[in-house]
Design a binder for this molecule. Sequence first.
Ligand SMILES: NC(=O)c1ccc[n+]([C@@H]2O[C@H](COP(=O)([O-])OP(=O)(O)OC[C@H]3O[C@@H](n4cnc5c(N)ncnc54)[C@H](O)[C@@H]3O)[C@@H](O)[C@H]2O)c1
Length: 386
Amino acid sequence: MNKEAIIGVIGAGAMGSGIAQVVAMAGHTVVVFDANAAALDKAKASLTATINKLAEKGKITNADEVLSRFTYAADMAAFADCGLIIEAIIENLDIKKKVFADVEAVVSASCILATNTSSLSVTSIAAACKKADRVIGLHFFNPAPLMALVEIIPAVQTDAALVDTCKVLMTAWGKAPVITKDTPGFIVNRVARPFYGEAIRIYEEGIADIPTIDWAMTEIAGFRMGPFTLTDYIGHDVNYIVTETVFQSFFYDPRYKPSFSQKRLLEAGWLGRKTGRGFYNYADGITQPEPTKDVALGNKIAERIIAMLINEAVEALHLNIASAQDLELAMTKGVNYPKGLLQWCDEWGAAKCLSILDGLYNNYHEDRYRASILLRKMAAANKQFI
Ligand SMILES: NC(=O)c1ccc[n+]([C@@H]2O[C@H](COP(=O)([O-])OP(=O)(O)OC[C@H]3O[C@@H](n4cnc5c(N)ncnc54)[C@H](O)[C@@H]3O)[C@@H](O)[C@H]2O)c1
């Protein structure tokens, strides 16, 4: 697909606006549509301001040209000449299916239809279309102009050639594409679950308090933000719902079980930074609690959470969810992990990771701590992933 191709974006919210910016800056004409006129006006104002700000900062020299590539439409009929449509509306299967059926009626037979869903099955969305083989998942990360990762998700029905077309296009847009199977959470939202879930479990058991776990994961493990600071930042409405959706979609696998601590925050309306309170209290004048900087405890916390994360990555590799290379790229580019989890396993040695997991399993007798068979095989053979 060349730069002459017109790209359509459905939904002008946080993701739709960000994706539209990526598209226009990559040289395409972009048609942005939203069912809500106020959302469309807001997107227009904020995109115009963003492009002008980039010009003021000297990051682009062709602001007027970039701005001329945006068209804002109140009707999907404006998509008639598009070569690719990217949908970024509300995360609701029935509403997405209706939009896909509606958009298919206005576009040409060769137009590719992509969804930016985070947690729904691309296959079920594709099933709403007459020509289901043109539907694919293109999962951008927030904020789309800054985050390089894009997960490409072929549905069961997707024409295999579309994967390559999308990979080439995403690369041309300056993105780092990875290919993943249409399974819950794709790569990032699946593999990252223990970063939150195991941290909360450690807190709930009283092994350490919130600032100490955050300190262990930043200062000792090298993550940019600790799990509690990060979930307060993401918002518990968003983060908890992803956990719950992944848990249900995996037929209630205990590895993905949500926590009551986080559910209660949601029920209380303590959604994190945006409401002034989450795991931490962000009110003016509040002094944040200090961590207990006990290195032995910190190492224990970090090793337990990292072992759980490695196990998820290894299991995803075992189940052919993605290649080893794409798993590494996804976690470093999509959620800025300090290194890829398979590399982390190689540096530790699979035997060390396995012994932490088996230690937890023997202690708790919970399926949550079962080690991947692939990790067991790699440890037995003393082999490296990368
Ligand atoms: N926010 C994130 O961090 C993030 C990251 C990756 C993927 N996603 C996914 O991207 C999608 C959009 O998320 P968001 O955060 O941008 O949401 P948002 O609420 O900011 O924006 C959604 C927009 O879609 C519009 N909309 C709703 N129903 C519509 C319809 N039937 N037709 C046309 N427009 C409609 C709304 O008016 C709104 O402007 C979701 O599927 C979400 O799961 C979100």
